[in-house]
Design a protein around this ligand. Structure first.
Ligand SMILES: Cc1ncc(COP(=O)(O)O)c(C=O)c1O
Length: 368
């Protein structure tokens, strides 16, 4: 039996009729950019995310970029980011011309180590971008305390953690302006690119609305050098349907994680996800670690089991960031994670039998 890393089949077949109806309504509306669908989705996602405002944008990378622009962060400013994240977090900082200041993660949670942030703060620091990686919320109380002490902005990168919580508060509601991604494989995924910024600040929400739309809030009148970074009506109409299922899908992901947790106890040097007592994990990814990662991945591939590595090369070692001058060893914790992490199949609809098969194959590999 083949077990893919990700399959949309179960999720999408269940809601196909509703999605087709939503698509038809969008199609027949004759209105395709910035209309009723976007406004209704923004309202629904703001409600879900317990923020006053949500601004739908083109993707998660643009969401971070727009948040930085709206906060006037640019050249001469420093922005603290995790050393282990998807490169988008770093790219957005580069786009506005600010300086990237990487901080290492906690090796247990893989999220930015809040106790390491203070050392990285200088007179030029303007913002911290905590990334709720793999689906687990960062230690937000410590991060918020630092932001208050040093008068810094917080921009959460919530691309991977829609619905996760820290001390019962939902991620994407802590920072000044928070980014999320609705890339198809995300916990809430569109059928194409999409993203959003969530905020409780009316001024920032308005500014981001203007910046996403050519710097305009009145057709053909432009008050800023803005961008075309809009969420489109088609994706919004689909996201509106899918949002109704997100809580159920999250529960399924948590159940699947519990199957893995149970079946993968005490196997060789295999490390399972660690969830902080104050955090919830929505398992965008179920990431294990082992020194034999590459061999394990090859073995599982031969067994017909799909896995991925999130991420094989940390941003500081990417060719794109050669100019920053970081060598191997600059961020050893990020490098250790990159060299040892493996994401197992995780998606609503994977069955307990399939998960058992994955776990049996992992067991067999370690027995050899
Ligand atoms: C942590 C993180 N930040 C940002 C992004 C960027 O999102 P998008 O692919 O929608 O631009 C992603 C998604 O790929 C991500 O995983």
């Amino acid at each position: 039996m083949k077990i893919p890393f990700l399959s949309f089949n179960a999720m999408h077949s269940h809601i196909k009729i509703e999605i087709m109806q939503a698509f038809e309504a969008f199609y027949d509306s004759n209105w395709y950019v910035l209309g009723k669908q976007v406004t209704e989705f923004e309202q629904a996602y703001a409600n879900f995310n317990q923020t006053t405002y949500c601004v739908g944008v083109s993707n998660g990378l643009d969401a971070i970029h727009l948040a930085l622009l709206a906060l006037n962060i640019g050249e001469g400013d420093e922005v603290i980011v995790p050393s282990n994240t998807y490169i988008a977090t770093w790219l957005a900082v580069s786009y506005v011309g600010a300086t990237i200041v990487p901080v290492e993660p906690d090796i247990r949670t893989y999220n930015i180590d809040a106790s390491e942030i203070e050392k990285a703060i200088t007179a030029k620091t303007k913002a911290i971008i905590p990334v709720h990686l793999y689906g687990q919320a960062c230690a937000m109380d410590e991060i918020l305390q630092l932001a208050e002490k040093y008068n810094l902005f917080i921009i959460e990168d919530n691309a991977q953690s829609q619905g996760a919580t820290w001390n019962n508060q939902i991620t994407g509601s802590f920072g000044h302006a928070n980014a999320t991604s609705f890339y198809p494989g995300k916990n809430l995924g569109a059928l194409g690119d999409a993203g959003a910024v969530t905020t409780n600040d009316a001024f920032l929400a308005d500014k981001i609305k203007v910046l996403r739309n050519y710097g305009s809030n009145k057709k053909y009148y432009n008050e800023a050098i803005g961008h075309n970074m809009r969420l489109d009506e088609c994706q919004a109409s689909i996201l509106k349907v899918k949002l109704n299922y997100l809580t159920d899908w999250t529960r399924q992901r948590q159940t699947i994680a519990s199957w893995y947790n149970e079946a993968l106890q005490n196997i060789g040097d295999l490390r399972l996800p660690f969830v902080h007592d104050n955090a919830t994990h929505v398992y965008h990814l179920y990431v294990v670690r082992t020194a034999q990662r590459d061999a394990l991945q090859q073995y599982l591939t031969k067994e017909g089991i799909g896995t991925l590595i999130h991420y094989p090369v940390p941003p500081h070692l990417q060719n794109a960031y050669q100019s920053l001058g970081y060598n191997q060893g600059a961020f050893p914790i990020a490098e250790t994670i990159a060299n040892s992490c493996l994401s197992l199949p995780m998606y609503p609809g994977i069955t307990s039998q399939e998960v058992s098969l994955v776990c049996k194959s992992i067991n067999d590999f370690f027995k050899k």
